[in-house]
Design a binder for this molecule. Structure first.
Ligand code: GDP
Ligand code: MG
Length: 440
């Protein structure tokens, strides 16, 4: 099971807080294997791998996040970007036309979708235009009976376009018209012409391409032809209850610049799901808990964010730099990265300027930060506001109260002075062209 080895690779990262290139390489390799196995197009997989690698190495993990969660979140976000959101389907009057090769699951999907819309309180009707396949009429009629939805077809008629025209008239009272079409075993001009003509008559609000989950790279040509002739606004992947994971359909989504609307997960009318990225991606990778993990990272970020609510980096560059500011800045580093990197992002402040400063001017390590937190907890508000006024007796009191030592308190005050001095150099320089909103 591929999911197992990906999980294993990720577990190896659990204790780490930093990702090396090798770590990222190992994770990406597992993801590539899973996706290729699931029939995702090679070039899509390569594109995805590149973005994951770049982001995982360049982006700073948010505070309190393990390397594993960090990379998982990036993987998840990139996959969501690849598969897209589900096709927008307003619950209103509309006509939907289904296209696809024979056996892909159009007729089944038509009845399933009608069932789905009826559960949403709309009145759907299925119009069956397949005169090509013997038994198509009976099959569609039976499924619509099971779904308890209106059905129109004509077993004796020979012209699918004429059936479509009459079907739209006969079911005029319905809210949602679902037009089922005939397929062929392979792409033929005849098939494309027929569906174009039906499209001209029923004027669909959206046309969905129905694809068997087992479709591999054949999806590309089909998607291209249907997109060119009738325009495809969404994809439905059927037979996901089997072993195929439907990765080939992503090629169709990419080719038609569309999204996925529904998933078919069985032969019965209720076996339909609205597409939802998380479930699909987890299935694609053979992992069940991606979204949950992603949400954990987001929670960690939100929590860090709360503390910084009243922290405006622009304040640092104007007026007094207090210990309150320094504390907020230290907390913010968890989220945004070290101060020198923040400064690099400000136009006119990056490049070289920071290099002229003493190495430790901006260096506040985790460990030091923790001890500084204790120290600041033992200070009064007045002391935090005016650290330069802190005298020897206060230093003794703060050291005792914080469970640290006088040395640490002095270090903190020294650090504050250095940061203040550094910021003074910046005062006035970057103001006016600072765009903190964009930076964050
Ligand atoms: P059409 O030729 O495109 O109209 O395809 P059909 O709707 O007739 O489906 C072809 C076959 O696939 C039928 O035997 C269906 O029962 C089966 N089928 C369709 N959708 C699914 C699905 O989601 N899961 C499974 N297991 N079978 C399906
Ligand atoms: Mg059919």
């Amino acid at each position: 099971d591929l999911g197992t080895s990906l999980r294993g690779t990720l577990e190896d990262l659990r204790g780490k807080s930093r990702l090396t290139e090798d770590d990222v390489e190992a994770v990406v390799k597992e993801i590539q294997r899973s996706l290729l196995q699931a029939d995702v197009d090679v070039s899509l997989v390569m594109e995805l791998s590149d973005s994951i690698k770049t982001r995982a190495l360049e982006e700073e993990p948010p505070g309190g996040t393990t390397a594993r969660d960090h990379v998982l979140r990036i993987v998840y976000e990139e996959l969501v970007a690849l598969v897209g959101d589900s096709t927008e389907l307003p619950l209103e009057e509309q006509t939907i036309m289904l296209a696809g090769l024979q056996g892909s699951g159009k007729t089944t999907t038509a009845a399933k979708m009608a069932w789905w819309f009826s559960k949403k309180g709309l009145r759907p009707a299925v119009i069956q235009t397949d005169t090509f396949r013997p038994g198509a009429y009976d099959q569609a009629k039976q499924m619509c009976e099971r779904a308890e939805v209106e059905f129109y077809g004509d077993p004796d008629a020979e012209d699918p376009v004429e059936i479509a025209r009459r079907g739209m008239e006969e079911t005029a009272d319905a809210d949602v018209h679902i037009v089922d079409t005939a397929g062929r075993h392979a792409l033929e001009d005849e098939l494309i012409e027929e569906i174009e003509e039906i499209g001209d008559v029923v004027e669909p609000d959206r046309s969905l391409l129905v694809l068997d989950a087992a479709i591999g790279q054949g999806a590309k040509e089909q998607a291209r032809r249907f997109e060119e002739s009738i325009g495809i606004q969404g994809v439905t992947i059927t037979k996901l209850d089997g072993t195929a994971k439907g990765g080939g359909a992503l090629t169709a989504v990419n080719e038609t610049d569309s999204t996925i609307a529904f998933l078919g997960t069985g032969e019965e009318v209720e076996d339909i799901e609205r597409f939802e990225p998380n479930g699909f991606i987890s299935r694609l990778l053979g992992m069940g808990d991606l979204k949950q993990l992603t949400e954990r990272v987001e929670r960690a970020m939100a929590e860090t964010g709360d503390e910084e609510e009243d922290w405006d980096p622009e304040d640092m560059l104007s007026g007094e730099f207090t210990l309150h500011d320094m504390r907020k800045q230290m907390n913010a580093m968890n989220r945004m990265g070290p101060l020198d990197q923040i400064m690099d992002m400000i136009p006119g402040m990056g490049g070289g300027l920071m290099d002229q400063l003493p190495d430790d001017a901006m260096d506040v390590t985790q460990d030091r930060m923790q001890r500084f937190e204790f120290v600041m907890d033992s200070m009064t508000d007045a002391e935090l506001e005016h650290p330069r006024a802190i005298g020897q007796s206060q230093i003794e009191r703060i050291a005792r109260g914080s469970g640290t030592d006088e040395e640490t308190v002095r270090e903190l005050l020294q650090q504050h002075k250095m940061m203040e001095r550094t910021l003074k150099q910046f005062q006035g320089m970057g103001q006016g062209n600072m765009d903190m909103e964009r930076m964050m």
